[in-house]
Design a protein around this ligand. Structure first.
Ligand code: 6PG
Length: 231
């Protein structure tokens, strides 16, 4: 699955950079994508991505210090950033040092607006957003029945749903659904039931937020392993 995901990312990066556009990626956290990030940093892969024209953002972050074991930035740094020739200026971690998470969300929103040169209500259009699928149907840090699900104007929100086990920052659905490409990575038998519900169950996005990922003008691909596809 990671080899397939890496191949698709390499193709997309080169097509985008080849067309003279920056390749913008919002990275997912958790445990599944770690192997993908390690794959992208491996010989035979890392030298096939135009890192100087690749720009890395985060789709969500745990509101902890960047060196905290739960930090998505820390995981990506160890698995990928420390092993590739990407300029530091191309890396945009979600800030987690502000006393108030809501302030961090506003700060990251400003980062997005500046980078994508957004005016007014415009939303960033990421070339690729990587997403995972939680057993409860969450994706990014958009958890079932969370107030963050209703965010229609903000680009980034702070959320503190019990399921999250702490405060998080997350891109909102308007940003996710404005992406050119969405790539879900889902592995393991413990995701088989939620994957079946997400893809074939009744449409109930408040309970299964991942169902709401439907880019208006973009592609959605689920890369799954055999166990996750078991149902
Ligand atoms: C996070 C992720 C989160 C993750 C799902 C699935 O910060 O944890 O962004 O949305 O993708 O929880 O996690 P796994 O892929 O590790 O099962």
């Amino acid at each position: 699955m990671c080899a397939e995901a890496a191949a698709r990312i390499i193709a997309l990066a080169n097509a985008t950079a080849g067309a003279g556009r920056p390749f913008t990626v919002a990275l997912s956290g958790g445990s599944t994508p770690r192997l993908l990030y390690e794959t992208l940093a491996a010989p035979g892969y890392k030298d096939r991505i135009p890192w100087p024209r690749t720009y890395l953002f985060w789709g969500d972050e745990r509101y902890v210090a960047p060196d905290h074991p739960d930090s998505n930035y820390r995981m990506v740094k160890a698995a990928l950033l420390d092993n590739i020739p990407i300029p530091a200026a191309n890396i945009f971690p979600m800030p987690t040092h502000h006393p108030e998470p809501a302030t961090a969300a506003v700060a990251y929103e400003a980062t997005l607006k500046a980078f994508f040169r957004l005016r007014g209500p415009e939303r960033p259009r990421f070339g690729l957003i990587l997403l995972g699928l939680g057993r409860d149907g969450h994706t990014a840090s958009l958890f079932p029945r969370s107030p963050a699900l209703a965010a229609e104007t903000g680009l980034v929100v702070a959320t503190d749903s019990p399921a999250a086990g702490g405060v998080r920052l997350t891109l909102t659905f308007p940003v996710i659904n404005n992406a050119a490409n969405i790539l879900f990575l889902v592995t393991g038998g413990d995701k088989a039931a939620v994957l079946r519900e997400t893809l074939t169950g009744d449409y109930r996005p408040d309970d299964i937020p991942a169902q709401r990922v439907r880019p208006a003008d973009g592609s959605t691909c689920y890369l799954v392993d055999r166990q996750a596809a078991g149902e």
